[in-house]
Design a protein around this ligand. Structure first.
Ligand SMILES: O=P(O)(O)OC[C@H]1O[C@](O)(CO)[C@@H](O)[C@@H]1O
Length: 258
C-alpha cells in the first residue's frame, strides 16, 4: 500500500442474476488467463448466485478448475468442518462437490477450538506459500466488514481471530435455529492479507447493503468502516445490483429530468 487513493471500478447490474453472472465471468476470465490461479473465496448469501453460475459454466466446459487453488476468507470458531452451518459445508454444497477442483487444492481456515492458535499462523503461511491470492472475491457486511474484519480491526492485521459484532451475529442468525447458536468468534484473513491480493471483486447486493455501498463510495478511509481500505488497492471492481444502489433508477431518472 502506498497511500494513493484509487478509483473503484463499479459495474451496476439491473438484477442479482446479472451481478452473479458478471462475477462468475470474472473468475472464468481469471482462470483462462492463469489456469493455476489462486482464488480467494467468500461465503454468505451474496455469492450463492455466482457459485450457481460457475457450476453452469463448468458443466458447459467453459471453465476448468483442475489447477486452481482456493482460499476461503473465514470460518466460525467452534464449528467443526462437518457442522451444517460451517463455511466448510457451505463451500462443499455450493461449489466444491459440483466441480473438478481437487480436494488438496481447497483451503478453508479450521474453526476447531483446540486448533485455532496454530491455525492463525498456518493459514497465513499457506497463502504465502501458494504465492498469494490472484483474485479475491469479497462480500460486505452491513457495518462495512470484509471477511469477518469488524469495524475498528487494525488495517495491518493478517489472519487472526475476531469477536463478531452483535449486528453480524443477528444478520447471520437466519442460518441457525436461534441467535444463541451463532458463534461469537471467527477466524478470518486480515485486511492486510486481503489487500495483498492482485485483484479484488466486491459483490454488493440487496436493500440492506445500500448504506454500506454509499459509505464505500464516499471515499473516506477509516478503520470504523473496514471496506473503505479498498480505496488504497489499485485493482478493485465493485459489482452492485439495483437494490443496493443508493439512488434508485427512478430517482436518477427524475434528477436527469430536472
Ligand atoms: O452476503 P451476506 O450474507 O450479506 O454476508 C456478508 C459478508 O459477511 C460474511 O458472511 C462474513 O464473513 C462474509 O462472508 C460476507 O461477505
Amino acid at each position: 500500500m502506498n497511500g494513493i487513493k484509487y478509483k473503484l471500478k463499479v459495474i451496476e447490474c439491473d438484477t442479482y442474476e446479472s451481478l452473479s453472472k458478471n462475477a462468475a465471468m470474472m473468475i472464468v476470465q481469471q482462470i483462462a488467463e492463469k489456469p493455476d490461479s489462486v482464488l480467494g473465496l467468500s461465503t454468505g448469501g451474496t455469492p450463492v448466485g455466482m457459485y450457481k453460475e460457475l457450476i453452469k459454466l463448468y458443466r458447459s466446459n467453459q471453465v476448468n478448475f483442475e489447477k486452481v487453488r482456493t482460499f476461503n476468507l473465514d470460518e466460525y470458531v467452534g464449528l467443526d468442518r462437518y457442522h451444517p452451518q460451517s463455511y466448510h459445508q457451505y463451500m462443499y454444497q455450493h461449489l466444491f462437490k459440483h466441480v473438478n477442483l481437487p480436494e488438496n487444492q481447497r483451503f478453508i481456515p479450521l474453526g476447531d477450538m483446540d486448533l485455532i492458535e496454530s491455525e492463525v499462523n498456518d493459514y497465513e503461511e499457506k497463502i504465502l506459500k501458494n504465492g498469494g491470492i490472484d483474485l479475491q472475491i469479497l462480500g460486505i457486511g452491513e457495518n462495512g466488514h470484509i471477511g469477518f474484519n469488524e469495524p475498528f480491526t487494525p488495517f495491518n492485521q493478517s489472519v487472526h481471530t475476531v469477536k463478531l459484532a452483535e449486528s453480524t451475529r443477528r444478520a447471520n442468525a437466519k442460518y441457525f435455529s436461534s441467535i444463541e447458536e451463532v458463534p461469537r468468534i471467527a477466524i478470518t484473513m486480515g485486511i492486510d492479507t486481503i489487500m495483498r491480493s492482485q485483484k479484488i471483486v466486491l459483490l454488493i447486493s440487496g436493500n440492506r447493503k445500500k448504506e454500506a455501498f454509499q459509505k464505500l463510495m464516499s471515499s473516506h478511509i477509516s478503520e470504523e468502516f473496514p471496506a473503505s481500505i479498498l480505496r488504497l488497492h489499485r485493482d478493485v471492481t465493485v459489482i452492485v445490483d439495483q437494490d443496493a444502489l443508493f439512488e434508485s433508477s427512478n430517482q436518477r431518472q427524475s434528477s436527469l429530468l430536472k
